[in-house]
Design a protein around this ligand. Structure first.
Ligand code: NAD
Length: 250
């Protein structure tokens, strides 16, 4: 129960990894705000948490705009009056190299994958500092550190998430706000399944490419996020932690 009575925000909470993160924090005593542009999906995740005795509520917001990001923080401050943990997990993947990706997909990738973190953090940090400290955990990607081919917008935005995390970690450690990022490899979620379908491969093909013998599970990323947000990781600030089953980017 490391998060008893803590308020935790999870963006992209309707998705594969986000739902697992939300459930993990709730199972350790947190009040979780499950937020997503997919409001019905967020409701389903929050309902599932409450059905198993946890505390959660859904909040629909589109984080591709500054107003959408700010609405999440404003809602949580109006209802919970504090923010202990902010998990910037929402993200999207647009395939393509510089000649095939559209300018619209390039801009949307930046809006959702990195600009949104600027807006949620800028809105949340004053409240977290006033509350005496807290933790921010960003979902970056192994591909932001070691680019996979043909995903330039995704890789560049995730590299920006990595640098953003290091910068914020450095700037706010004195105020006891710890900012870290997880950098997952292949994790079995709807995002991965749609990518695998597009590439003409199967999930079994993908399992064979991972030295550990299978792709990762959302719950395994959630356990790492919870560790980074907990007091057990008290001396971790600005760290980028890979979770990949030892798979190298091909
Ligand atoms: N699955 C993987 O293999 C993998 C690997 C590395 C990193 N990641 C990262 O993990 C995070 C979660 O990915 P996932 O695999 O669970 O994908 P997912 O597609 O299952 O979940 C992503 C969620 O983000 C939400 N979202 C997208 N655009 C939004 C917007 N404008 N406003 C609010 N919410 C929005 C979606 O509705 C969805 O619920 C992403 O940041 C992704 O880049 C995933």
């Amino acid at each position: 129960m490391r998060f008893q009575d803590k308020t935790v925000i999870v963006t992209g909470g309707a998705g594969g990894i986000g739902a697992a993160i939300a459930s993990r924090f709730a199972s350790e005593g947190a009040q979780v705000i499950v937020t997503d542009v997919n409001g019905d999906g967020a409701e389903t995740v929050a309902d599932g948490i409450r059905a198993t005795g946890g505390r959660a509520r859904a909040f629909a917001a589109d984080i591709s705009t500054a107003e959408g990001c700010q609405s999440i923080i404003a809602d949580v401050m109006a209802t919970e009056a504090r923010i202990d943990v902010l998990c910037n997990n929402a993200g999207l993947m647009r395939r393509g190299n510089i000649l095939s990706i559209t300018a619209e997909d390039w801009r949307l990738s930046f809006a959702v994958n990195i600009d949104a973190m600027f807006h949620t953090c800028a809105a949340a940090l004053p409240h977290m500092i006033a509350g005496g400290g807290g933790a921010i955990v960003n979902t970056a990607s192994q591909w932001g550190l070691h680019p996979a081919p043909n995903h330039i917008a995704y890789n560049v935005t995730k590299a920006a998430v990595a640098s953003f995390t290091q910068n914020l970690g450095r700037d706010y450690a004195p105020q006891k706000i710890r900012v870290n990022a997880v950098c997952p490899g292949e994790i079995h979620t709807p995002m991965l399944e749609s990518g695998v379908k597009r590439s003409g491969r199967t999930m079994a093909d993908l399992d064979k490419l991972v030295p550990y013998g299978r792709v990762g599970r959302p719950e395994e990323v959630a356990a790492l996020v919870a560790f980074l947000a907990s007091e057990e990781a008290a001396f971790m600030c600005g760290s980028l932690v890979e979770i990949t089953g030892a798979q190298a980017v091909a």
